[in-house]
Design a protein around this ligand. Sequence first.
Ligand code: 7TS
Length: 409
Amino acid sequence: MLKLGSQEIKKDFPIFKQEDSIVYLDNSATTQKPNQVIEAMNNYNRSSNGNPHRGAHKLSIRATQEYDLARDVVRDFINAKESEEIIFTRNTTESINLIAYSYGKAFIGKDDEIVLAISEHHSNILPWQRLAKEKGAVLKYMYLDDEGRIPQEEIEKKITKNTKIVSLAHMSNVLGTINPIEDIIDYAHKMGSIVLVDGAQSTPHIGTDVQDLDADFFVFSGHKMLGPMNIGVLYGKRKILEEMPPFLLGGDMIEYVYEQEATFAPIPFKFEAGTQNVEGAVGLRAAIEYLQEIGLDNIEKHERMLTEYTLEKILDIPYIKIQGPKNLEKRGGIISFTIDDIHPHDVASILDAYGIAIRAGHHCAQPLMRYLDVPATSRASFYLYNTKEDVDRFIDGIKKVRKWLGYGA
Ligand code: 7TS
């Protein structure tokens, strides 16, 4: 097995051969692809490309088999009960939009409450804003303590008997906090609400068990877990998915179509209108198999080691402020920070000149930025191929930023 933390693992990722000196710390935005994923997609295109579910010919049949297999692999990865509960979408954003549009329009009405956290990504805010405006529903936010965590009192204050859905990131893409979704799901269910978990930042890094969590919906994106862009997942409990009306209408999601009426195919097809992204599903399957071979537990452990190592060093630098938890408790490998007197965009540009890729900006979380009272942050985020040497270069880089701009040490 490949040893995490060694340079060896980078050999699986052709981008690190081409960009042999890059320190890639923008994994929360998107991750790099190993040869295994690239080859799986190439092989599919070379040998099995056809339109799935449509033809009797062998290429269509092969494409259908590849697509179905990918669905089974995703089911296993998140421990869903049935493969029919796995719907392929383009990404987390589309999955949430689908739920807000379909479930929301059918089951959320006037004065019903939708509860989010203030730390949500815009993808988990805007669809609910529109729904709330259209339906006269109430959009409520759970606020955070000084470490970026949702206090228990806040959960019990905001989720009430009128709450119809709680929609929440498992891991914040800015603060790196892992939200107490088990407790929130438990409490929301007691109040009669369902829960959507946005797993965009957690699924790639920590094991997911949707049955254990008892999540009603769970969504994530392939491109943040070594897979390709434009393939995402929406898990939903069978009973709920069956009650929901379709989102997009068109080919492959119907049973019968008449001049004025139509009936729809069973799940998952009801939610997969149009020609599907089989190539993407094949790539996602290869990514999951790669992650499973290394083991999510090992990945989590490795990233915790890197996070601890980084925090130790960064907390020693007096002009740097961490946004989010400063310890390892219930957090992932995402570290947001600001450097006194320097705009985060300048930090990112200067680090780029040293070959270090981080992200700066509002991270699609403007309400959180306002809540934290910062215009933006710089953010480093880890994945399995990062090493301690990457962290050393990153720390070295951020120590040079102020000097570069003439502020002295
Ligand atoms: N939810 C969370 C928690 C995210 O971090 C992101 C993307 C999304 C939803 C949307 O994912 P998409 O695949 O549909 O685009 N987050 C980031 C980020 O932090 N930097 O770039 C994209």
